[in-house]
Design a protein around this ligand. Structure first.
Ligand SMILES: CC(=O)N[C@H]1[C@@H](OP(=O)(O)OP(=O)(O)OC[C@H]2O[C@@H](n3ccc(=O)[nH]c3=O)[C@H](O)[C@@H]2O)O[C@H](CO)[C@H](O)[C@@H]1O
Ligand SMILES: [Mn+2]
Length: 284
């Protein structure tokens, strides 16, 4: 393979932080060579979990079509679509080595419960089948589209993604759970980043540990009559504070153009929010 050599005195990017204080890479365009990474992760199978409960089935078509164009192209991919409406899962033409697995699950009345119960479902399916079927899991929101490469550069034992609304903010502005009665509590003087609940992943065993721990913490909260301010996202943030991720994805991997425009620091927009009417889509 032929590629330009890196120079120790020439940083790939000087306008953004490219490593965390625990020396995990922060993945930005310009900091990696896609060809080297694709070769390194050859023969890897990736599971992409996505929930489409109730009206959210309408997002599946664009999600899957754009994933076919941009998500782990050249690798083996299993899409795990969790839904209570299997008949509404669209037929999307798939490339070689890629398949859709439809898994029927129950729905919940409140959107908060739909969102937070994802942790329980992922942890239980991780044990039951993902461990046997894939090497890595990527857990994603469905109200999104892929619009540029999301590839092997994200793969690591455990990764989280910087929430696009908070990557310029300081710790005190992060919307962590601040009530000490909750298992998601983060004290005011702690915290690295604010991670989005919409995109995280890692090896199957690490994602299993994460989702199981978050689900158990949410059940303790439930027994105490408390729900974390941002549900599963709050618990994910607490987990990643005390289990530092091996890679951190830049907001290129979770962007909202309608809310945040196109700042120059963002050379690529890879995975983007599809605008939605919250009231209309979340309620029956
Ligand atoms: C900008 C903002 O406020 N973002 C928060 C909001 O994200 P979002 O507004 O992105 O949440 P969302 O409505 O996308 O729900 C999360 C995911 O749950 C699934 N789903 C949800 C409802 C439903 O009826 N059917 C269904 O399938 C679906 O995969 C969806 O993508 O809420 C999340 C869950 O707490 C996080 O806290 C986010 O930070
Ligand atoms: Mn979403």
């Amino acid at each position: 393979m032929i590629y330009p050599t890196a120079h120790p005195l020439k940083p790939a990017r000087t306008d953004v932080l490219v490593t965390t204080s625990w020396l995990a890479p922060i993945v930005w365009e310009g900091t990696f060579d896609p060809d080297i990474l694709d070769a390194q992760f050859r023969n890897t199978t990736i599971g992409l979990t996505v929930f489409a409960i109730k009206k959210y089935v309408v997002f599946l078509k664009l999600f899957l079509e754009t994933a076919e164009q941009f998500f782990m192209v050249g690798h083996q991919v299993n899409y795990y679509v969790f839904t209570n409406r299997p008949a509404d899962v669209p037929d999307v033409p798939l490339g070689r080595g890629r398949r859709v697995v439809v898994l029927q699950v129950r729905s919940y009345r409140r959107w908060q419960d739909v969102s937070l119960r994802r942790m329980e479902v992922i942890s239980s399916f991780a044990e039951r089948r993902f461990l046997q079927e894939v090497d890595y899991l990527v857990c994603a929101d469905v109200d999104m589209k892929f619009s540029d490469r999301v590839g092997a550069e994200v793969l690591s034992p455990l990764f989280g993604t910087l929430h696009p609304g908070f990557y310029t903010a300081g710790r005190q502005a992060f919307t962590y759970e601040r009530r000490s009665a909750s298992q998601a509590y983060i004290p005011p003087d702690e915290g690295d980043f604010y991670y989005t609940g919409s995109f995280f992943g890692g090896s199957v065993s690490e994602v299993h540990r994460l989702t199981k721990a978050c689900h158990q913490a949410m059940m303790v909260d439930l027994a105490h009559g408390i729900e974390a301010v941002w549900q599963d996202e709050s618990h994910l943030n607490r987990y990643l504070l005390y289990h530092k991720p091996a890679k951190v994805l830049s907001p290129e991997y979770m962007w909202d153009e309608h809310m945040l425009g196109r700042p120059p620091v963002l050379r690529k927009m890879r995975y983007m929010a599809v605008p939605k009417n919250h009231q209309a889509i979340r309620n029956p």
